[in-house]
Design a protein around this ligand. Sequence first.
Ligand SMILES: NC(=O)c1ccc[n+]([C@@H]2O[C@H](COP(=O)([O-])OP(=O)(O)OC[C@H]3O[C@@H](n4cnc5c(N)ncnc54)[C@H](O)[C@@H]3O)[C@@H](O)[C@H]2O)c1
Length: 363
Amino acid sequence: MKVVEVSLGERSYPIHIGSGILGGLQERLLQEATGSKLLLLSNPTVYSIYGPVVERAIEGASLQRSLVLIPDGEQYKDYFWAYHILTRMLQDGLDRGSLLIALGGGVIGDIGGFVASVFMRGIAYVQVPTTLLAQVDSSVGGKTGVNHPLGKNMIGTFYQPRFVWIDVQTLRTLPEDQFRAGMAEVIKYGVIWDREFFQYLRSNHRQILGLQPESLEQVVQRCCQIKAEVVSRDEREAGLRAILNFGHTVGHAIETATSYRGYLHGEAVAVGMVAEAWLAHRLGLLSETEAGEIEETIRSYGLPVGIPKEIEVSRMLSYMTLDKKARAGRLRIVLPEGIGRVRVQEITEEGLLEETLRALQRV
Ligand SMILES: NC(=O)c1ccc[n+]([C@@H]2O[C@H](COP(=O)([O-])OP(=O)(O)OC[C@H]3O[C@@H](n4cnc5c(N)ncnc54)[C@H](O)[C@@H]3O)[C@@H](O)[C@H]2O)c1
């Protein structure tokens, strides 16, 4: 088993990564639980596959568990479901010494972390992420939250888990499109931080797409190390953490222009990274070869690299401008200066951005 440490002083915690380690959760729970009660939070899809193993681990740790399954879907990551979970916790007599386990993808992890952070002013929680996106991104870093009709993730907290338990074997049952979408975030880490890792992803894509355990462990470990390092330096997103948004400015514009339908988040980020890489090239920051390598790598993982004609570039631009207004009038985009290095750049030449997006409608 691999262990990555997230260093945040007294809020530090380990991320355990391995293949087939879900049952091993029992021992770790025995070390962590201070009270006798626990809430297991999941959704019916994940629980039907992994519930039995996790239930055995909880039973083995002699913990009394409550179970809440929320329906499967982003639309249930909301205040009403958070309230429902809190109600069940109170009804079942959970207290400040109780533990919450979030078993599932980013939706379960985000709402679980949020509930844990506000129940009796905060109880311990554990992330057991089962999607690639959750394993490399959402379960690490302590951002929790729920959506509001007026905006995604608008209600939330920064609240770190006690530990993260990642079994890469759970990725075997993940729908293929979800796995590929997670790969967009994986590639992102290579571009923003680690050229060597980027090259690893280029040369090992067959093993990775073939879900070979050692490759998956290596990929998840490196991503967690990078995210842990960024988060350790900037827990509350005052500066450096913004680099994790590479691909997300254009990605969000695509998601908004398509009303969050038609694209998985990772797919929109994939197109966003291609657009932002080519924008960096147009601005003279990135060579044509490197922008091409980024595009090619994203394509090699079966991710989209172009913007369909149905999406109006003018609409995308107005979303980015609206976003810009919300952030004191400056459009700032994370741009690669080379593979493994990025900078946050204020975009003054919006014409170049438009040109870049239009060029992507031809691919
Ligand atoms: N907190 C953060 O820092 C952070 C970062 C990025 C994204 N997020 C959030 O994460 C959420 C998206 O997460 P996601 O992509 O994991 O989506 P998700 O949680 O909706 O999971 C995707 C789908 O896969 C299913 N699933 C999960 N694990 C499975 C498995 N092992 N086998 C079979 N099916 C499985 C789920 O039931 C769901 O249908 C969004 O709400 C986003 O806002 C949070």
